[in-house]
Structures are given as C-alpha cells and as structure tokens.
Write a protein that binds this ligand. Structure first.
Ligand code: ARG
Length: 572
C-alpha cells in the first residue's frame, strides 16, 4: 500500500525550496476536522528562508500542487496548505489491500529476526487468580499478539510464583489438616484454606513457623517427600489456571516460574559480590541504591535464603543468555514499580548493557462497582467466576434480544468473554478503573459486543448479497471505486488505511487500547456507512465496490479483535 504521507511530502519537496524530505514529513499533519483536508502542511517555518509571509507561501504551494493527479483539491487557508486526496485512487488502493490480505491485513515484518519476550499473568501457586490478575493476562496476551503481528519472534513466559517460604507453610498445613480428595476437587480454594488456617493457628502455636521454615529448607535441598508435595500443589494449581487460560484462549511458551531459577541464583549473587555491589546488613546481603534515590534491595536473608528480586535478576540473565532478547517485557501491576526500578538498576550496575532492553509495563488497579460482585468465595473474586458470569449474562441477553445465532452457547462464550477482555483493553492501561457489568455487556456503547455485532452485521450483508457477488467483489484487480466515494465510504476507508500504523503505535506504546479505540472508530464508521447508503443496489459495479468495502471493513475489525485476543462470531 502507498504511504500517502510520504508521497505527499515528496510532492511538497519537489515544489518547495529549503526543506529536506524528513523535515517535510515531520511537518505534514492529518487535520482532525476533515473539512481541512486529508493532509495539511503548515507554512510558518518557511517564512524566514523564503522571505515571504506564510499565507502567501501557502497560496504559492497550493497553486503548484493543484495540478497533481494525487489531489482532488488543494486549498490554502491562512498559512496552511490543505490537501484533499483523489478519493477513487486512494480507496482502490486501501480496499484492494484489506480485501486481499484477509487475516493478514496489518501484518508486517518490522520485527524480523528480533526476539521479544512477553512475560505476563504470572499468578502465584495455590493463590486465587483474582480480578486484578486478569489485567496482566489480558494486556500481556494482546501485547504478545501485537508484537507477533509486527513480525517479531515472540516468547510468552508465565513467571509463576511457585517458590518461597509460603510453600513450607502450605506443606505443614496440608500434613496437619489436609485431605487429598479436597485438594484434587478444588485445589486453589482448598490450599488457600490450609494456608489461612496456618496463619490462624500460628498465633497460638509459634512453633509452627519453625516447622515451616525447616520444611522449606528441606524443599530447597531437594528432599523427595517435600518436592513431591510441592510439585503436586503446583500441578493441581496449574490445572486450574489452565482452565481459565483456555476460556480466554491464551497459552504460553514457557512456565518457567520462580522455582526454575533456584539453582541459578548463586551465580548472580557471586557476580554482584564481584562487582562490589553487596553490603552486609545485620547478616543479610543488600545492594545500596541510595545514590539512585531508591531504598536498598535485600538480596539474601540472614539464613542465606534468596528473595523475589534475586530470582528476577537471575531470570533476566538466563533469558538474555537463552533467548538473546531484543526486548524483555514485564506486564506487572504498577504497585511493583519500585521492585522493577531497583532490579533494573542492579542489572545495569552488574555491567549488563541489555538492562536498557528490560521494560516494565505497569497497569492500574481494577476496583469493583458497589454491589457488583459477591462470589461464593467471599471477598476474593475468582476470574473464572467473572468469566462464567459474563457468559451467563450474555446468554440471557441473547435470548432476550432474539439475537440471530445458530449456537447460543458458543456465541455467548465468544461474546461474554470478549466483552470482559474488551473492557479491560478499552482504557489506557495505566488508568485505574471500575469494573462495571452494565458497561461490559452493553451492546450499544463502545463495547466488545458492539464491535463484534458490527462485524457480524458486515457478514450478514455479504450473506444477503450471495456467494457469487462476494466472489466477484473479492476480485480486486477489477475493483472500481468510482461510484463509492461518498463521505461515509471515504471516512471508513481512511480508518481502514490507518490500521497498520495503529498496530505499530500500539506496539511502540505497549498499549492495546490504541487498537481497541481504533476498531470502535471503524465499527462506528461502518455503521454510518451502513445506515447512510444502500449497499445492495441495482447497479452491479457500484454494488461490487460497496461489497468490497464491506469486506475490507470486516477483515480489519476481525484482525483488530484478534489482536486484542477476542473472537469474532459470524452471526449474532
Ligand atoms: N507472582 C507475582 C505476583 O503475583 C508477579 C510476578 C511478576 N513478574 C516478575 N518477574 N516479577 O505478584
């Protein structure tokens, strides 16, 4: 597809003295008000070199550009040159590409031969996967998809919280009060109960703590009985997590969690010592980060045991050596900002030039609307419950609205779960937001169901047109858009045109909401086109051109939803 901005910059360059192509590129604007043209060029900066008033310069340039075939109209307004593209050519170019590329429309090879690690989700074993965790999972999955689409080699890592003294406690609790069948039936809930009971009992029986510490040491030293129990807790928990990941359609390339690094920490601890980074403080080893305005980082405790941060340092070294990443991304809540700043600094001080390629991608908190959710598990909200409830409520809406579908259950799955994901990815990730059922499942607002519905509507138009017509419309070599250049058709084509750049922007900013907002725009624009114009008109050429535009819009919406991790039902 033609890069129109560049093309225009070249035309301006040909007609204006004293500016390089790059300078012109950076000056060309896309006006928010379409009445000011598709592109505009401000002439203020030229006054000095050309010794002329900016409005006169604009008028000059406008006259010169007016003769170019690329433009339908060029105007000078104040000191701007406003350029209107020739719609027919532009629309043919865009629609051709979006129709023929299908599921690949927007894909690029920008990231060829570069590996990006996307670490996300990373729940803690035997702890519930609550609504706060959904953010990392959903945002991370989308960032992975965006990078993959941009041509990077991607590795999805789930850095499970499967290590630490709490496992000593859990083993002690299980041995005292545990029951195998209960754990198998509902692992996370049951293990959490044991863990909670431990904390109650230890109040009156402090010896439990010593016992737990001893058990953890055994676990660390590889004692078979302890390792077996730990492994079992981990497996059972993972089964439960996987149930949720399956609902969301998410998978990982690696589940190397914290325990994976248990034998890789000595080396980095020695490394830090060699670099003179370590100081002793009451028997513990710390790295003083005062010069960088941060509190000290505790690396090993008095008893020699390592910490969360030690494992993160070891993990990043391992990832660099194993994957040779171009970027190593961490999608983790903003509460952990300090943690990441501390250890990124430490890795830098260790002399790793790749420290700069590690990126913490934080996100804000989710809170629940008053009365939104009381789950059978009490205060803790399980993600699975949220998803199930979304599906149930969607089913009710589908029945109530008489939504056209062949399979209510399947559609309710796609729409209900898509709705939760969409809401997650609607706002800038850093913003705190309130989870609201009304907003999630609204078919009319800027929601997942609305966008999915628009996609299904496009397909229903194509169904009505019939296979033969759709086939003809897809033969893009013959595409002739001369009859489909109305404002609503043109606006839609412009949004479709922007889609590939939008994906790049979302990748640069690590911000899936850029894609979310864009497909809402496309859906709204499509619906305007749909309401303003008859699509299945008598005139064959006009009909085929309109159908091609419908196909282009449908492909773009589908790919946008795909990048968010949302399915696009064909009927609803
Ligand atoms: N398991 C941690 C938690 O639930 C998140 C891990 C984040 N990733 C990391 N590499 N520190 O809080």
């Amino acid at each position: 597809m033609i890069n129109y901005k560049k093309e225009i910059a070249e035309l301006i360059c040909k007609n204006v003295e004293g500016l390089t192509l790059e300078e012109i590129m950076s000056m060309v604007e896309v006006p928010t008000d379409t009445k000011m043209g598709d592109y505009a060029f401000p002439c203020f900066k030229l006054a000095k070199t050309l010794r002329k008033a900016p409005p006169a310069i604009a008028q000059d340039i406008a006259e010169k550009l007016g003769g170019e075939a690329a433009f339908a109209k060029v105007e000078s307004v104040n000191a701007y040159v406003n350029m209107f593209l020739t719609r027919k050519g532009f629309m043919e170019d865009v629609v051709k590409e979006a129709v023929s590329e299908q599921d690949n429309y927007g894909r690029s090879d920008l990231g060829k031969d570069k590996t990006v690690i996307v670490e996300f989700s990373s729940p803690n074993i035997a702890k519930p996967f609550h609504i706060g965790h959904i953010r990392s999972t959903v945002i991370g999955n989308s960032i992975y998809k965006i990078y993959d689409f941009l041509g990077y080699d991607t590795v999805r890592i789930n850095h499970l919280g499967d290590y630490g003294t709490q496992f000593g406690k859990m083993i002690v609790a299980y041995r005292r009060w545990g029951n195998k069948e209960d754990v198998i039936k509902s692992p996370i809930k049951t293990l959490l109960e044991y863990y909670t009971k431990f904390h109650v009992e230890v109040e009156t029986d402090p010896s439990l703590d010593d016992e737990a510490r001893a058990v953890f040491t055994k676990l660390e030293n590889g004692s078979p009985e302890e390792v077996e129990l730990w492994q079992w807790f981990r497996d059972e928990s993972l089964k439960e997590f996987n149930r949720v990941y399956n609902m969301l359609g998410i998978s990982f390339d690696s589940y190397a969690g914290e325990s994976f690094y248990s034998d890789k920490m000595d080396r980095v601890v020695e490394w830090m010592k060699d670099k003179n980074l370590m100081q002793e403080s009451e028997g513990a080893q710390i790295v003083d980060l005062e010069p960088y305005g941060m509190s000290p980082a505790l690396i090993t405790k008095k008893d020699g045991s390592t910490l969360y941060i030690t494992r993160d340092i070891a993990a990043s070294v391992y990832r660099k050596e194993h994957y040779n990443f171009y970027k190593n991304l961490y999608i983790v809540a903003s509460q952990q900002n300090l943690h990441f700043q501390q250890w990124f600094k430490i890795v830098e001080l260790m002399g790793c030039e790749w420290a700069k390629d590690c990126v913490h991608i934080p996100f804000g908190l989710v809170s629940l609307e008053e009365g939104t959710m009381s789950t059978r598990h009490g205060r803790v909200v399980f993600l699975e419950d949220v998803l199930n409830r979304a599906v149930e409520q969607t089913k009710a809406v589908i029945k109530e609205k008489n939504v056209a579908t062949d399979n209510v259950d399947e559609t309710a799955q796609m729409v209900g779960i898509g709705a939760v994901i969409f809401q997650e990815l609607s706002n800038n990730r850093i913003k705190d937001y309130v989870f609201s059922w009304d907003k999630v499942l609204n078919f009319e607002g800027e929601t997942g169901p609305y966008v999915q519905y628009t996609h299904a509507r496009a397909i229903s138009v194509l169904r009505k047109a019939g296979e033969e017509a759709v086939k003809k419309a897809s033969e893009v070599q013959k595409l002739d858009m001369s009859h489909v250049t109305s404002d609503s058709a043109y606006d839609l084509a412009k949004l479709i045109y922007q889609f590939p750049q939008v994906i790049e922007e979302a990748g640069d900013k690590y911000e899936p909401s850029v894609v979310t907002r864009h497909i809402v725009d496309i859906a709204q624009s499509f619906n305007r086109f749909y309401h303003n114009e008859y699509i299945l008109v008598e005139d064959e050429a006009e009909k085929l051109a309109k159908l091609a535009l419908v196909i282009a819009a449908k492909n773009t919406i589908k790919n946008g939803l795909f990048l968010l991790g949302i399915q696009a039902p064909e009927k609803m």
